[in-house]
Design a protein around this ligand. Structure first.
Ligand code: APR
Length: 229
């Protein structure tokens, strides 16, 4: 097996104490995603949106990577082929665990972008809706996050990687949000072997050649040990 493409979702950071979205008590049961995760919501009430992401950024900064993040960093370091990590997550736990080849398709809490001039800069722990953009001074700063209705980042690179992969692994995602939810179909259409590692099987079981059920901090290190053996 020469090339592995891994997709991760909120489930891989759950045991680091960061919330998932659709589990019982998840973020979308606490907040209305229309208000905090859409461009329309940001236009209506930027302060509410910044409150939401400032709380998630604080949780992220206070959290630590877990054994699943560490195992994927070990795989990248020790595997004799290529490992590409595509994450839907906006936390930086993969990087803090040591992963280098990471694509954040939904953006990152660590980044800020100006809605007026598209200038990007590292986000402070708490962003202030009235703060001027460092480049154009307009008070239009937003978290560098992809909202519903916006185009995810790195889609061309991800599509090419899926087409030429030997193995596609989906970890800790409910498979409910496109385009990420369609990656397994793209992989299968190109004859790529597919594996799901999730607390419980998230999709019709037939989509994945193999399913490993269990908490990521146990299932991911076990799988990485198997691959590196
Ligand atoms: N170990 C492994 N999997 C887990 C664990 C765990 N400890 N805890 C939860 N899970 C699984 C759940 O079973 C579920 O399938 O993680 C998945 C989390 O699903 P979601 O909450 O829907 O999160 P995700 O799939 O990442 O959401 C995708 O939706 O809201 C948007 O942009 C947001 O990136 C997010 C996207």
């Amino acid at each position: 097996m020469k090339r592995i493409v891994i997709l991760t979702g909120a489930g891989i950071s759950a045991e680091s104490g960061l919330g998932t979205f659709r589990d019982v008590g998840g973020l979308w049961s606490q907040y209305d995603l229309e208000e905090v995760a859409t461009p329309q919501g940001f236009a209506r009430n930027p302060a509410l949106v910044h409150d939401f992401y400032n709380a998630r950024r604080a949780n992220m900064l206070d959290a630590a990577p877990n054994a699943a993040h560490a195992a994927l960093a070990r795989l990248e370091a020790e595997y004799p082929g290529e490992v590409l990590l595509v994450t839907q997550n906006v936390d930086d736990l993969h990087e803090r665990a040591g992963s280098k080849n990471v694509l954040h398709m939904h953006g990152a809490l660590s980044g800020a972008v100006c809605a007026a001039c598209d200038h990007r800069w590292p986000a402070p722990r708490a962003m202030d809706p009235a703060a001027p953009c460092p480049a154009c001074t307009a008070p239009r700063a937003r978290p560098d996050i992809v909202w519903f209705g916006e185009m995810p980042f790195h889609m061309d690179e991800i599509g090419h990687a899926l087409a030429r992969a030997d193995l596609f692994v989906s970890i800790g995602t409910s498979g409910e949000v496109y385009p990420a939810a369609g990656f397994v179909d793209e992989a299968r259409a190109c004859g790529v072997e597919t594996l799901e590692i999730n607390l419980e099987p998230s999709l019709v079981p037939g989509l994945f050649d193999r399913v490993i059920a269990g908490p990521a901090t146990q299932a991911v290190p076990d799988w990485v040990a198997e691959v590196l053996a």
